[in-house]
Design a protein around this ligand. Structure first.
Ligand code: B4P
Length: 192
């Protein structure tokens, strides 16, 4: 079983590259951003609660996203592997994921971290905000707060996996195609 984490700051291309990876490698895509946006669209109690945090560019509380991932893992026992996109985003989420996977007698195979300069992240997110209707892409203030949240809460997750030699940096500021070539090279080396 191959379990990958696609890691990186907001706008680094995690969602974009996940779509390419699932098509080529047949892994099951688990995006906490997509799951949360679907709860918001359905106006569920979880979605209404999450929206308050997302609109400000803040992370949603750990217990909410860990619960969502736990139930998705349970409901997909036949998956040949997962790609985690936008999760874990805190060290507490990483520790919870390790435990959930251990219960299923598996673990994270590799973390692929998309490296993109901050001015390019801001440019991409504000550009998407022109058409996406996403409140968290709409203003420079909220976009910059998401990047601050990333540095404060998410960047330490890199150390959690680097300790186990499972962390790889991938240049993410080239084209979508060029970035996918670099990611594929890492995944091909992993799966042999
Ligand atoms: P997410 O939905 O995870 O998304 P993201 O950080 O906005 O972006 P991503 O890196 O996936 O970029 P994308 O490919 O879309 O998070 C949204 C919010 O949900 C968070 O702020 C948080 O509030 C909440 N949340 C989610 N998970 C959570 C968790 N685990 N814990 C707590 N809260 C959580 O690309 C962005 C844009 O760039 C697109 O327009 C794309 O077309 C463009 N792009 C991509 N690659 C490009 C390239 N190579 N060149 C040019 N443009 C490119």
């Amino acid at each position: 079983m191959v379990n990958l984490i696609l890691f990186g700051p907001p706008g680094s291309g995690k969602g974009t590259q996940s779509a390419n990876i699932i098509e080529k490698y047949g892994l099951l895509h688990l995006s906490t951003g997509d799951l949360l946006r679907s709860e918001i669209a359905d106006k569920t109690p979880l979605g209404l609660e999450a929206k308050k945090f997302m609109d400000q560019g803040n992370l949603v509380p750990d217990e909410v996203v860990i619960g969502m991932i736990s139930s998705k893992l349970d409901s997909n026992p036949e998956a040949r592997g997962f790609i985690f996109d936008g999760f874990p985003r805190t060290t507490a989420q990483a520790e919870a994921l390790d435990k959930l996977l251990a219960l299923k007698k598996t673990s994270i195979s590799m973390v692929l971290s998309l490296e993109v300069p901050e001015d390019e992240l801001v440019r991409r997110l504000l550009e998407r905000g022109l058409t996406s209707g996403r409140s968290d892409d709409a203003s420079e203030e909220v976009v910059k707060n998401r990047i601050v949240e990333y540095h404060n809460k998410t960047a330490p997750v890199a150390d959690h996996y680097a300790k186990f030699g499972k962390f790889r940096k991938v240049k993410g500021d080239g084209s979508i195609e060029a970035t996918f070539v670099l990611l594929s090279k890492e995944i091909d080396e992993l799966i042999g």
